[in-house]
Structures are given as structure tokens and as C-alpha cells.
Design a protein around this ligand. Structure first.
Ligand SMILES: Nc1ncnc2c1ncn2[C@@H]1O[C@H](COP(=O)(O)OP(=O)(O)OP(=O)(O)O)[C@@H](O)[C@H]1O
Ligand SMILES: [Mg+2]
Length: 471
């Protein structure tokens, strides 16, 4: 097992040396510091499992240091050493986030016992965090549907690059699943145990961008009462997902570029840089090269973030996914609404397959949810689903629909050609007059529209109708 790392802060060099010896003997790796500011520098550079600090440091206060350490490494157990063991101090220490305290002088046994307790707590917090993210990722993954060849190809690419640290740019129309894919990339990378931190660049004001991304120190500006961790620091060891990257204001793009290039950030108000280890995934539904041409997106940043560009096809370009997705959303919605809706009638599925889905998977999800809520029987009927667009995309229609469309225009053409003469048209089409008439009726066609001799044509139609009756 890896050695646990302990940060020890004491301005008394003799005591610091002693502690270092004792802790090393117990098998820990020790980083000794004589001042609080040294300790903060160390905490920014490496992750510790425990910190031990004297309450009274020469120029600093152990409790303030505790708070600052917790800002940098939330959840770090900090043990305070007090010379006098006054109870108010100890209570104050606990309230300010310290894990526990030891009264000087203390025995090795006491020291060991307190450290052991702190380690147990630390392991528990870390395990819970790990399980939480694992459950979340697994839950997300098992619900991802990618049956179509287009998505299969995409997932092959994802498998190839998931393990690298290369920056990925996800493009695709709204609702195609860019965020879903970003999470999949993270979950399949060697950073999967680290955090996945997401920022929607469109939802944040320009003035807050910098402190949001890089954090700020206490007093960096008015209202900055406490220090704040930036998203870069929060994503340390994991993935930072910058959604709607095209919306990032130009001045911020310069700063982001530096962070991405150097892998270090400067907190607002700080005079030092902090190293960060993050993988960057960005997403946009805009054409980013177009934005570069228009001058709203920096060329150098584009080049940095698009090392691996991945495009998620629109739903209408992968209609094979529709039935599975629809059934999946139906199951979810039915259980949420506590309704016994089991599926779609063939005509309803037909409609789902024919609709162009400008809002992609998200629109499908919403449409199915609405249909389930309104459905009065166990199969969803087509009336409950969005319609339209059927004639805009003839290449991708179900066969029956495409056939019907062809027949309709064929009949019109034949009628036009024969000047609306049903007998001749039927003959031309190789059908009996009665059959031909039935077909016209089916498609709501009327020969009068084509020949402009309403009187004659009517009698002809009636004629034909008689024949139909006879059949
Ligand atoms: N392949 C999929 N399988 C199951 N659900 C999916 C799939 N793709 C997307 N979804 C669902 O569709 C919805 C939209 O996905 P997501 O938010 O990832 O899209 P997006 O591309 O980021 O959209 P936007 O551009 O609007 O931000 C989510 O509810 C998501 O769970
Ligand atoms: Mg999104």
C-alpha cells in the first residue's frame, strides 16, 4: 500500500524534527514546514492525506491556516496541536473544520490513535465519493443507446481516444448527446476516479468567468470575503467539460488558452501560479471554424481544444436508433408517471421514424414523455406524437409511406397526361377502371383539378363509381 502523506507545520524546529521522526517511524511520508505560507505552497503542489499544525505559529494562526488548507484540499483532516489545551480553542478549531486536536505534550500512542481515526474518516469520504461517481457513471452508461452504424463508428473512435489526455471537441446539433458523450469519455479514461466538472459557458456572466474558472483568493475584490476554488482546481486529476465553448467571451479565451497550454492557472488576486492536471473536453452546437473566420473565436484556442474533433450525428441521420431510444424513454416516463403504458402502435412508431427531430434526442425524450402522460391506453397512438416533415425527407421514409407518395404523384402525372380521362389513364396504368378510381379516391384526387371540364368529368366519375359498386 502507498505511504500516507502527512503535512506537518510547526514553527518550533526542534518539535518539528521530533514529529517528523515519530511519524516516519510509524510509516508515513512527512512534509515538514515551519510557516503557514510554506504549508500552503506545499498543499497546492501535492495532495496530502492528513495535515498536523500547531495552533500558534510565529506570524500566523493555525486556525486560519486550517481554513486555507481546506480551501485547497477540501475534506483534508487537519489535526491541531495546542500547547495549553484550552477547551474554547479546541471547540473553535472543530467549528472551523479541523478534524481534531492534541494537547502538548502528547504520547506516541495518542498521536497514532488520532491519526488512525483521521485516516478512517478520510478513507470513508473518499470511498463514498468514488462510489457516488461510479454509480452515477454506470447509471448514465447503461442508459446510453447507440445501435445505429453512425453511432457505432463514433463509439469506436471514443474507445480509441478515451484513454489519452488529448483535448476533445464535441460538435453536434442541440440535444444530440454531447454532454452524455463527454461523461462517457471521462468514465472510460484513466481519470475516471477523478472528478468530472462541467461548466456551461453560455450561462455565466463575463465578469464571473475568471474567478469561476480559476478561483480567487480572499480579498481579491470587493465581496470576496472568502477564497474560492476555481473549476480548474476542482477538476484536478479529472476532466473539465466546457460546454457551449463558442459562447466564451474573447478576453476569457486568451486566459483559457494560457491555462490549457501551460497547465497552470493564476487565481484572481494571486501572485503565484497553481499547477493543474486536467483533461479538457469542450462542446458546441455552432460551427467553430466558422466562428474563427468571423473572429468570435480565437484560432490558437481552436487549434488547442480540437486536437480530437468528434461529431455526433443528428438523430435524423441515424433513424435506426429511434425505436430503441423511444422505447427506453417510454419505459422511464411510464414508471415516473406511474402509468401502464407499454409501447407504441405501429402507426405511432411510423410517425416517430418519419419526423425530422430538429431537437434531436432531447426532443424525442420530451415528446415521448408528453405522449405517455396523455395516453389513455397501454399503447401510444400516433395522434399523441409530433407530426410533420414527412415530405421533406423522402429518402429516409418507411417503405409504405414512400410507396404511397410515389403512387400519388404517379396518378397525378398520368391524369395530367391523359387530360383527366379516367379510362385512358387506367389503361395507361394497366389497371381496371374501377381499381383506378379506387386509387384516386384513396389519394383524394379529382380529375376535375386536371382537366378543367368539370361537367364532363363528374359524369365520368359517377360512371366509375357505379362500376365500383358493382365490383
Ligand atoms: N445515446 C443516448 N442514449 C440515451 N439518452 C441520450 C442519448 N443521447 C442523448 N440522450 C439524452 O438526451 C438528452 C440530451 O442530451 P445532452 O444533454 O447530452 O445533449 P447536448 O448535445 O449536450 O445538448 P445541447 O446542445 O442542447 O446542450 C439528455 O437527456 C440525454 O440523457
Ligand atoms: Mg449540452
Amino acid at each position: 500500500m502507498e505511504q500516507e502523506r502527512i503535512l506537518v507545520v510547526d514553527d518550533d524546529e526542534g518539535l518539528l524534527h521530533l514529529l517528523r521522526m515519530r511519524l516516519s517511524a510509524l510509516g508515513f511520508s512527512v512534509t515538514p514546514c515551519t510557516t503557514g505560507s510554506d504549508a500552503l505552497v506545499a498543499a497546492r503542489q501535492e495532495t496530502f492525506d492528513i495535515a498536523i499544525t500547531d495552533l500558534r505559529l510565529r506570524a500566523e494562526d493555525g486556525l486560519v491556516l486550517t481554513e486555507e488548507l481546506l480551501q485547497i484540499q477540501p475534506g483534508l483532516p487537519v489535526i491541531i496541536l495546542t500547547a495549553h489545551g484550552s477547551i474554547p480553542n479546541a471547540v473553535d478549531a472543530m467549528q472551523r473544520g479541523a478534524f481534531g486536536y492534541l494537547t502538548k505534550p502528547f504520547e506516541d500512542k495518542e498521536l497514532k490513535a488520532t491519526i488512525d481515526k483521521a485516516l478512517i474518516q478520510l478513507r470513508m469520504t473518499r470511498e463514498i465519493q468514488r462510489l457516488k461517481s461510479l454509480v452515477k457513471e454506470l447509471y448514465g452508461l447503461e442508459n446510453v443507446i447507440a445501435r445505429s452504424p453512425a453511432m457505432q463508428r463514433l463509439f469506436q473512435q471514443v474507445a480509441q481516444i478515451a484513454d489519452s489526455d488529448a483535448s476533445v471537441l464535441l460538435t453536434g446539433e442541440t440535444g444530440t448527446g454531447k454532454e452524455v458523450l463527454a461523461r462517457i469519455l471521462h468514465a472510460n479514461s484513466r481519470r475516471s476516479k477523478g472528478p468530472f466538472v462541467a461548466l456551461n459557458c453560455a450561462a455565466i456572466s463575463e465578469s464571473l468567468f475568471e474567478s469561476e474558472l480559476f478561483g480567487h483568493i480572499r480579498g481579491a475584490f470587493t465581496n470576496a470575503m472568502t477564497a474560492k476554488r476555481g473549476l480548474f482546481q476542482s477538476a484536478n486529476g479529472g476532466t473539465l467539460f466546457l460546454d457551449e465553448i463558442a459562447e466564451m467571451p474573447l478576453p476569457m479565451q486568451v486566459k483559457l488558452l494560457r491555462a490549457v497550454q501551460e497547465r497552470e492557472v493564476r487565481e484572481v488576486g494571486a501572485d503565484y501560479m497553481t499547477k493543474v492536471d486536467v483533461r479538457i473536453i469542450t462542446a458546441t452546437n455552432k460551427n467553430l471554424t466558422e466562428c474563427v473566420k468571423l473572429g468570435t473565436f480565437r484560432h490558437d484556442l481552436y487549434y488547442r481544444v480540437s486536437v480530437v474533433p468528434l461529431n455526433i450525428p443528428a438523430l435524423r441521420e441515424r433513424r435506426d436508433d429511434i425505436p430503441l431510444l423511444a422505447q427506453h424513454f417510454l419505459k422511464q416516463s411510464a414508471s415516473r408517471a406511474n402509468k401502464d403504458v407499454r409501447g407504441f402502435t405501429p402507426a405511432a412508431m411510423h410517425r416517430l421514424m418519419g419526423y425530422p427531430w430538429p431537437g434531436n434526442v432531447r426532443e424525442l425524450e420530451n415528446a415521448v414523455e408528453k405522449a405517455v402522460v396523455m395516453s389513455r391506453q397501454d399503447m401510444v397512438l400516433p395522434e399523441l406524437l409530433p407530426s410533420g416533415g414527412a415530405s421533406t425527407d423522402i429518402g429516409m421514409k418507411p417503405l409504405t409511406e414512400a410507396k404511397e407518395e410515389f403512387e400519388r404523384s404517379y396518378l397525378r402525372n398520368v391524369l395530367q397526361m391523359t387530360g383527366g380521362n379516367i379510362s385512358r389513364a387506367a389503361q395507361f396504368a394497366g389497371r381496371y377502371r374501377a381499381d383506378f378510381y379506387k386509387m384516386l379516391k384513396k389519394y383524394g384526387l379529382h380529375p376535375s383539378m386536371l382537366k378543367g371540364r368539370h361537367d364532363l368529368e363528374l359524369s365520368e366519375v359517377e360512371d366509375a363509381a357505379e362500376e365500383v359498386k358493382d365490383v
